[in-house]
Design a protein around this ligand. Structure first.
Ligand code: TRP
Length: 335
């Protein structure tokens, strides 16, 4: 890690399989960030525990997410790609920050309200303090920037509030993180209801492209994508949300501009257009999927990467944690 580069931190929960939306909206855009930043990407397995998990599947999903990060191009020699739960400093700092966070602040979190409604039978304290653990993730590494989607903006705001509150009492301990607004990731919508975000929990399997779907499945789902009764491939998110979403996807995958796409498909029907989008997506994902399969089999390599990066993450995290412990007056351990 160099001194001049700013620090970037992000991660995803280790719960389910990723969708094309997670990929085009986040992961794909993380791949070249290491040119500008020193990057940390966590497999956020502790956050996943706020919802009841099947232990075996959960462990597998965490490993699969790690392999997907690497297969997508996050080079583990360059980026610090590690497991959140392997660095105890996360939970240690989270506890301390809990004591600097108000119930009222956490009560206002819209994600807490949504998740409580969704999991009414398991509104646990972890769900409530979820944003504090996320603050600890970010602040431990003194991150300058955090690429986050709209749905995590409020959590980044509370992270900044907690950090500022702490700094006001104890001096400049934490870097105040900002949202990273780079080349903005595409916001991918459901193929069945294109005014809704694409989501892995959608009940309609045709609404969502999974990152590991095979080519036939991908093309079949695109063929069924909901569009409109018009025939023109034109970008208009209000009047033509379905076609606009497909154009966003094609643009994100091929790098072509929306204007070029409109010109290319002028006078061609929706049928051809949908197949073209499906093929472009399948072609983009094929090498990633092949690399993913290869990596999952190469246990020694993956485990070596995890070990090395867990240690690297712990080194940086513990530096901050030691400072914090000292500042709040906890007694140093005698070595
Ligand atoms: N809460 C984030 C999500 O669900 C995942 C996450 C946990 C995260 N800790 C983070 C993202 C720190 C960015 C930075 O998407």
């Amino acid at each position: 890690m160099s001194d001049e580069k700013k620090i970037l931190y992000s991660g995803m929960q280790a719960t389910n399989s990723l969708t094309l939306g997670n990929y085009l909206g986040a992961l794909k855009n993380w791949v070249n960030l290491n040119e500008e930043f020193d990057c940390f990407f966590g497999v956020m397995d502790l956050h996943s525990l706020t919802v009841r998990q099947n232990p075996t599947e959960f462990r597998q999903n965490a490993r699969k997410l790690y392999a997907l990060y690497v297969a997508a191009g996050l080079d583990p020699e360059v980026n610090c790609v590690y497991y959140q739960s392997h660095v105890p400093a996360h939970t240690q700092l989270a506890w301390i920050l809990d004591c600097f966070t108000y119930m009222g602040e956490l009560n206002r979190m819209t994600q807490f309200k949504d998740k409580s409604a969704k999991h009414a039978d398991n509104i646990n304290a972890g769900l409530f303090t979820y944003p504090v653990l996320m603050a600890a993730d970010i602040l431990l590494y003194q991150a300058n920037v955090v690429p986050v989607g709209k749905d995590q903006m409020q959590h980044l705001e509370i992270t900044r509030d907690i950090a500022e509150r702490f700094n006001n009492i104890y001096g400049d301990i934490f870097t105040i993180p900002e949202a990273y607004i780079g080349k903005s990731g595409a916001r991918i919508m459901s193929l069945a209801e294109p005014t809704k975000k694409m989501s892995k929990s959608d009940e309609n399997a045709n609404a969502t492209i999974m990152l590991l779907d095979d080519k036939d499945t991908i093309i079949r789902k695109f063929k069924r994508a909901v569009t409109d009764s018009d025939t023109e491939v034109r970008y208009d998110t209000e009047a033509k949300p379905g076609i606009s979403n497909l154009m966003d996807i094609l643009s994100a995958v091929t790098g072509k501009s929306l204007d070029d796409i409109q010109a290319e498909f002028a006078g061609k029907g929706y049928g051809d257009f949908k197949i073209a989008v499906g093929e472009a997506v399948a072609d983009e994902l094929a090498p990633l999927q092949a690399e993913y399969e290869r990596l999952l089999k190469d246990k020694a390599y993956i485990e070596g990467c995890i070990k090395q990066n867990d240690e690297k993450a712990a080194y940086f995290a513990n530096k901050t944690l030691r400072k914090v412990m000292k500042k709040v007056g906890l007694t140093e351990m005698i070595r």
